[in-house]
Design a protein around this ligand. Structure first.
Ligand code: 13P
Length: 342
């Protein structure tokens, strides 16, 4: 990877038909994933699991433009001693790092959080850059129900995102700016219209904050939620409806200087996340590249196939490759459901 201007790195991260693998589960979050397949959460198992993904040749070479890692993974080596950063680069993908320190209860509020990690971030970014990271991720969590989020929580979280983004750019690192309006945190019964309203407000405040912190929009990737009903809402929507709401909100709030928007999957099933992305790219003329930065929706099938067994690595890589290919096609608007079983 020779591109070093943040604008060029950002463009490479959203190149046509490719997207980002979010493999940055913290040690606590990967434990939940491993518990579901009865695998012990050891450093070696975490390495083996990530190595399985990063060595899935076709997926990595053709469909994955960047990989988000947890700090441990950034410095980890494959079983044969090859640094993961080198494996990722050799596949033509950009190595990235989650730099936030997680969401903590926001003082004086009930049910809302603030993402921490700004103190000392300048020095950490310098070290991550030396270790090979060329993009970073920070996730702000926005609660949603009839009353939440409060203006105060939106303001605090988007301000932190903007401060983080400015520090990243100073360090030559592309910030993935991720404000997540949650779809499956309790009560998760909100309608798509309520998600539309909240996402619209969050993005409006966010871009104002980015402007105030002098963040260069050409050198960021936005990672939003899709505009979608809560997972427990009695009315779920079709991909065309999700696409219409999501595109409307994005067009209203995201300047065309932003090179790309890479969605989180947020608890959608893997095929649902693909179908919704495909509907946007197939039906709309968009000023930015619209792609995926999925964690669960790219990994769930592979995790279930793997189950911690060396003899299952090929099957797990095949499952990951299939999902990556389906999402790559969705990012070009070329996916249809029949391809899932082809
Ligand atoms: P999901 O796609 O599983 O929501 O994860 C993406 C991510 O990186 C959340 O921060």
């Amino acid at each position: 990877m020779s591109a070093e201007r943040i604008e060029d790195i950002a463009k490479a991260m959203v190149m046509p038909g490719q997207g980002i693998l979010a493999a940055d589960e913290s040690t606590g979050t990967i434990k939940k994933r491993f518990d579901s397949i009865n695998v012990e959460n050891t450093e070696e198992n975490r390495r083996d699991y990530r190595e399985m993904l990063f060595r899935a040749g076709i997926a990595m070479n053709e469909r994955i433009s960047g990989v988000i890692m947890f700090e441990e993974t950034l410095y980890q080596k494959a079983a044969d001693g090859t640094p993961f950063v080198d494996l990722i680069r050799a596949a033509g993908a950009v190595p990235g790092i989650k730099v936030d320190k997680g969401a903590q209860a926001l003082a004086g509020r009930s049910g809302e959080t603030i993402t921490e990690g700004l103190d000392g971030l300048r020095d950490r970014l310098k070290a991550y850059h030396e270790a090979g990271a060329r993009f970073a991720k920070w996730r702000a969590v926005i609660s949603i129900n009839d009353i939440l989020p409060t203006t105060g929580a939106i303001k605090a979280n988007t301000h932190a995102l903007a401060r983080y983004a400015a520090l990243c750019q100073e360090a030559g690192i592309v910030p993935i700016v991720e404000p997540e309006v949650q779809m499956d945190a309790d009560p998760a019964d909100h309608t798509i219209e309520r998600c539309h309203e909240v996402t619209d407000e969050v993005l409006r405040v966010l871009f104002n904050e980015l402007h105030e912190q002098n963040v260069k929009l050409e050198g960021i990737i936005l990672k939003p939620n899709m505009v979608i009903a809560g997972s427990k809402c009695s009315k779920q929507n079709t991909p065309d409806e999700v696409a219409a709401h999501t595109v409307a909100v994005l067009k209203r709030n995201v300047p065309s200087a932003v090179p790309g928007i890479a969605f989180l999957s947020g608890g959608q099933s893997d095929v649902e996340a693909t179908a919704n992305l495909a509907a946007m790219n197939a039906n709309y003329d968009l000023p930015w590249s619209l792609t995926y930065s999925y964690g669960r929706a790219l990994q769930a099938a592979a995790l279930n196939a793997w189950r911690g067994k060396a003899e299952q690595v090929a099957a797990a890589q095949e499952a990951f490759t299939h999902r990556a290919k389906m999402n790559g096609l969705a990012a070009k608007g070329e996916w249809n459901e029949a391809m899932e079983n082809a």
